[in-house]
Design a protein around this ligand. Structure first.
Ligand code: 16G
Ligand code: MG
Length: 631
């Protein structure tokens, strides 16, 4: 290693004083302006990792679903998987070393990890569409070249595409061609082949609206859609031509707000989906005839895929093991459905793709999904060989067809990591083959009402968990308190865990009704606040206001410009979403409620630029009145 050259170059990518960052669940992530030195150093680290593994290593510049101003970086290991945990520690040490210590820390890592410095190194780089990404990926390249590494810069790629490239390169092209064209061709060919057997259904069935979060997914899907257009027509929304990345759109927004993204027109029963900012997550959703929004999340994706896979597996008669991997956030109904109805074994791991991926590798066929839409299906080498062999050898037509179908499914999944584009094509193929509508898919089971809250504490590391984050072992007394609270509600469950991406503790609760899930989540938050060193304001229970809606038909005809109402109290303004024939719900916090609560309800469009200036509400016989106020 030419340490003098490293020192010189590093001065051009100097670390801001006093800044410490951690290689978290999905790499480094923070404001883009703080990341230049981290990028340079991850270029250095990628070279060391490449030398040590004698393989190509990937570096992806993205901050996924974070706001546009943020950025991030993560390393991709030889088989397209996340960086090994011991190297995450090296990454944190290297990123936080002061300028003068950098050479020593580099040498240290080299020694600790027994890196053969004479070995060649090759690094591939990809980036998302953030304005800061191009410059930051140049800093990665500076790091790679100063240590004498070779590199290939793929430029704009989705995160899963970079994982795919790394996997292809390290398996000498056996997994596929390490080009963007190779990726498009491999997935599209499998999709077209798979859907050939689908009976031709109406046009509607084969059209899908895709919210691309104004991110890289839009660019890549636009390039790719011609390859599979005979099987599926996709309509792109939030394609980056106008809006800001992840702003009021994308999978994370839809999942956490449980409402459609802005910028997409949804007619009832239309199938829609959202990618996140780097296209490694996907969720589906639709409006029913009443205008009610329904989210079809990662748990339901896992349920659809596992039930689909069971049939051809039974048909080929080979006893390949199938397992589903979830996290503690999986809705209790999904676990029950998989175990009791589908009779598939379900396992729970800690949050974060790497944990699920690792567990899924234990099965012949491992289906893994987080509720938030990260996931894929892994086929063991042995299972893949067996299926390919059966597809050639089986005599009986039905059995051979089943094996062929599985063969195409293997090719359609990105086995390096969860991939929104690949998952979308798998889901679309299954729906087409099974002749299922999105509502029929959604009806596989009904989600238990649930609620997530955040609690601020002085040091979130005072909480430690076990049993895949479902039990808190520290601080003393917390788990006992949670157990007591859970006993008060039916079909209830709750857990707490320190976030790996934000400086907060997350609380999850589910129960038989939304009120009970809300109230359990609040009580558990209070226990965390009291027992784990809460700071700032104590958690407040929600005030639920149910609004009776009798709205004129004209309102619904114009509902695209009356998406929301304002609920105005003395202190603050909230919005609530109306739905045809249903009561609307607005959630306020206790601090807004003074002895004499004044409540006004007005359509949002009074102030916004509504083409009808609110007239479609005030005309006609519609009204809104408060039905119930309660905790
Ligand atoms: C990261 C993880 C995601 C996980 C989330 C949890 C990857 C690629 N991403 O985004 O899987 O669900 O973190 O965040 O592993 P939290 O620790 O803040 O709850
Ligand atoms: Mg992502």
């Amino acid at each position: 290693m030419d340490l003098d050259a490293v020192t010189k170059q590093s001065a051009l990518h100097a670390k801001p004083d006093g800044l410490t960052l951690q290689y978290g669940t999905a790499g480094f992530r923070t404001k883009a302006e703080h990341l230049d030195h981290v990028m340079f150093r991850m270029g250095l680290l990628a070279v060391l990792r490449s030398k040590q593994t004698k393989s190509t290593i990937g570096v992806m510049v993205t901050a996924s679903h974070n706001p546009e101003e943020d950025n991030g970086v993560k390393l991709v290991d030889p088989l397209g998987e996340m960086l090994a945990p011991s190297w995450e520690d090296h990454a944190t040490c290297l990123a936080n070393a002061e300028e003068q210590d950098l050479p020593r820390v580099l040498v240290d890592i080299g020694e600790k990890a027994a890196v053969n410095l004479h070995q060649d190194a090759f690094v591939v780089i990809g980036r998302d569409t953030r304005p800061s990404s191009e410059k930051l990926s140049q800093s990665v390249i500076d790091g790679v070249t100063v240590l004498g590494g070779q590199f290939h810069d793929y430029g704009l790629l989705t995160t899963p595409q970079l994982h795919y490239m790394v996997y292809c390169r390290n398996t000498s092209g056996q997994y596929g061609k390490a080009t963007i064209e190779g990726y498009y061709q491999k997935l599209s060919a499998a999709f077209v082949e798979l859907t050939k057997q689908a009976s031709c259904s109406g046009d509607d069935q084969r059209t899908l609206k895709v919210d691309c979060a104004n991110g890289i997914g839009a660019l890549k899907l636009r390039e790719m859609k011609h390859y599979f257009s005979q099987g599926l027509s996709v309509q792109l929304f939030n394609d980056g031509t106008k809006g800001k990345l992840n702003h009021l759109c994308g999978a994370d927004f839809v999942k956490s707000h449980q409402k459609p993204p802005q910028g997409i027109e949804m007619k009832s029963h239309e199938r829609c989906c959202s990618f996140d900012g780097d296209a490694d997550r996907i969720v589906y959703y639709y409006h029913d005839a009443d205008g009610q929004f329904h989210l079809v999340d990662g748990d339901k994706i896992a349920a659809l895929i596992s039930s689909f896979l069971k049939e051809p597996l039974l048909e080929i008669g080979d006893s390949l093991s199938l397992g589903v991997v979830q996290t503690a956030y999986a809705n209790g109904s999904s676990t029950r459905y998989l175990e009791e109805v589908m009779k598939v074994p379900v396992y729970c791991t800690k949050t974060g793709v790497k944990h699920l991926h690792h567990k899924a590798q234990e099965f012949d066929i491992g289906v893994y999904f987080e509720a938030n839409g990260h996931g894929t299906v892994l086929f063991s080498k042995a299972a893949e060989m067996k299926i390919k062999q059966l597809a050639k050898e089986l005599e009986e037509d039905k059995k051979r067809k089943a094996a062929k179908m599985l063969e195409n499914v293997i090719d359609l999944f990105n086995q390096a990591t969860g991939d929104a584009i690949s998952d979308m094509l798998v889901i679309e193929a299954i729906l087409a083959l099974k002749g299922l509508t999105v509502q029929q898919w959604d009806a596989l089971y009904t989600d238990l009402p649930n609620r997530q809250l955040k609690v601020k504490v002085a040091d979130r590391q005072v909480i430690s968990t076990t049993d895949a984050e479902r039990q808190a072992v520290k601080p003393p007394g917390l788990q006992e308190a949670i157990n007591e609270l859970v006993k008060k509600y039916r079909l209830s469950r709750a857990f707490v865990r320190p976030s790996g991406t934000e400086d907060i503790v997350r609380v999850y609760a589910e129960a038989d009704s939304q009120e009970n899930a809300d109230s359990l989540a609040y009580e558990v938050s209070l226990a965390v606040f009291q027992l784990a060193g809460g700071i700032g304001e104590r958690p407040q229970p929600d005030l639920i206001i149910l609004l009776k809606q009798t709205l004129p038909e004209a309102f619904f005809r114009n509902s695209e410009h009356h998406q929301e109402f304002r609920v105005v109290t003395m202190e603050a303004v909230y919005t609530c979403t109306p739905s045809r024939g249903r009561d609307a719900r607005a959630t306020l916090t206790r601090k807004d409620v003074r002895p004499r609560l004044q409540l006004f309800i007005t359509p949002l469009s009074e102030e916004a630029s509504c083409p009808c200036s609110g007239r479609c509400l005030s005309r006609g016989r519609g009204s809104l009145s408060v039905l119930r106020i309660g905790w």
